[in-house]
Design a protein around this ligand. Structure first.
Ligand code: NDP
Length: 483
């Protein structure tokens, strides 16, 4: 793991193996951390905070920009580590590194643009100020689907605002994170005279129940940024809440995509493909329920089917692969159970619905890109989050009904509508219950816009200048006695 700027073993001396989801082979061995390691990382982060919070905002931004340069120099190595541990294709891994850099650069630029305010007060000879100060030691708990970007959405604003942070990666995807944070820790500013203090970003590897739990409970961790399942998100609130820690939660989703009769059907079908099957469908904001107007249903679904029929499933290192394996074996089993449930209720599996066969596919957690039609509403693929390459598609005739069905879920992360009619688009923007709405656009988390969920999809926002609000405490100041 990485504590105080150094690669160290676990306090217990124990290790565990990280395996390749495409082959089952061991990729590497990492320390198995526990509460003692968290204690050391928090100590280092606290020490680093005293220096980093005093570093000028300009220098903090320069250091973050320098970290990006270092990551760029090692981008290919990092992408290969990511593919080996996570399973995604090298193309997807490279895109993830690119997205990480774009996000970190965004906060490098914003570091020196944080503003407070001047506030006129009722009495004479007095005025108010709002100054914004860093919080202290933060914790970032990250899942395995996008280990780098979801680490970056925490490290970027935390460091830009003057905080320090301890990252707990998913236990199955620590490798690319360790290498990336090692490079971030080497960042310099002021022409190399200043360096990021050792311990500004640490990575403690190990399980959620040991390392994650210790971070949630640690009294000197003042802020927790969590991305993961809704179930664990609830637990984060239960443990961190009583200590009044600042919390953001980016949780699961079941995003609807609505395709109207006047949509650009060809583009919509291509974006439904990317929106659902990118990263083997392991996305929080992926297209998870598709609603298509009856008048364009056949043409849309024909186009989507032919895209899916050409999708090559295989190891992420194989150039021909367009979709890698699912990350974990139990997760493929869950997907299979969800599809079987839909089938048993009468759904038609019109593409995929099974494990692919072929050379080299039996060792990995592979599953075909799958399309389900005529799916009963009570099916698990509709009622639950589906974290894999499976998409149920429904017909609709009336937009109000489609919006009502789209909202009939405990989740509210994202939603999209495809139409050229401004009135329809505006209705969807107003009525869809989600933290993010896309009109004629792929479900994508832009760094420039606040990202997060309503309902069971989370609390607070990452991305955008808004994310900085969650890493700064506003302090109201009164200056009086001036007359
Ligand atoms: P989990 O909630 O199981 O795990 C997420 C992280 O939490 C991992 O690092 C995990 O560690 C850790 N963790 C597990 N238990 C605890 C605990 N008791 N205390 C503290 N930390 C703990 O989620 P998944 O890994 O299954 O990730 C998939 C989920 O994440 C999906 O529901 C998906 O929708 C959601 N997600 C949401 C996003 C968003 O922005 N809204 C983005 C990406 C994913 P360990 O790996 O060791 O178990």
């Amino acid at each position: 793991m990485l504590i105080g700027g150094e690669r160290v073993g676990s306090a217990s001396g124990r290790t565990y193996e990280v395996c390749n989801p495409a082959t089952g082979e061991v990729v590497d061995t990492v320390p198995l951390g526990n509460a003692s390691d968290v204690e050391q990382a928090v100590d280092a982060a606290e020490k680093a905070f005293a220096e980093w919070a005093e570093t000028s905002a300009e220098d903090r931004g320069v250091a973050l920009a320098n970290a990006c340069e270092l990551i760029k120099e090692h981008a290919s190595e990092i992408a290969q580590l990511l593919t080996a541990e996570q399973g995604k294709t090298l193309f997807e891994a490279n895109l993830e590194v690119h997205h990480l850099l774009h996000g970190l650069e965004f906060y490098a630029g914003l570091a020196s643009k944080v503003r407070g305010s001047y506030v006129p007060l009722p009495q004479k000879g007095a005025y108010g100020l709002v100054i914004r100060q860093p919080i202290g030691v933060c914790a970032g708990i990250v899942p395995w689907n996008f280990p780098l970007t979801l680490m970056g959405t925490k490290v970027g604003p935390a460091l830009a605002a003057g905080n320090t942070i301890v990252i707990k990666p998913a236990s199955t995807t620590p490798l690319a994170t360790l290498r990336t944070v090692e490079l971030i820790q080497q960042a310099t500013y002021a022409g190399g005279k200043g360096t990021l203090p050792a311990g500004a970003v640490s990575v403690v590897t190990g399980s959620g129940t040991e390392v994650g739990e210790a971070l949630l409970a640690h009294p000197r961790v003042r802020r927790v940024a969590f991305t993961g399942s809704t179930e664990v998100g609830r637990h984060v609130m239960e443990v961190a809440g009583p200590q009044i820690k600042r919390i953001t939660l980016e949780l699961g989703g079941s995003d609807p995509m609505i395709v109207c009769e006047d949509a650009d059907v060809g583009t919509a079908a291509r974006m439904a493909d990317t929106g659902r099957y990118f990263n083997c469908g392991q996305m929080c904001l992926g297209v998870k329920r598709l609603f298509v107007h009856s008048s364009v249903y056949d043409s849309f679904v024909d186009q989507l089917r032919s895209i899916l029929a050409k999708k090559v499933v295989g190891p992420g290192t194989d150039r021909a692969s367009r979709m890698g394996p699912l990350h974990l074996a139990y997760q493929r089993q869950e997907i299979e159970e969800q599809v079987d449930d839909a089938r048993s209720r009468g759904a038609r599996v019109t593409v995929g619905g099974a494990r692919p066969t072929g050379d080299g596919l039996s060792t990995g957690n592979f599953y075909q890109a799958t399309l389900l039609e005529d799916v009963p509403w009570e099916s698990r693929v509709v009622r639950e989050e589906v974290f894999g390459p499976v998409l149920p598609v429904f017909r609709f005739d009336d937009l109000d009904e489609a919006i009502a069905l789209a909202n009939d879920t405990p989740y509210g992360l994202g939603a999209s509508i495809w139409t050229r009619d401004l009135v329809k688009a505006n209705k969807a923007v107003e009525k869809l219950q989600a933290g993010n709405i896309w009109v004629n656009s792929l479900h994508y988390g832009y760094d420039e816009l606040p990202f997060g969920g309503v309902k069971a999809s989370g609390l607070g926002r990452e991305h955008g200048p808004e994310a900085l609000d969650y890493y700064l405490e506003p302090k109201g100041v009164v200056i009086a006695g001036l007359s």
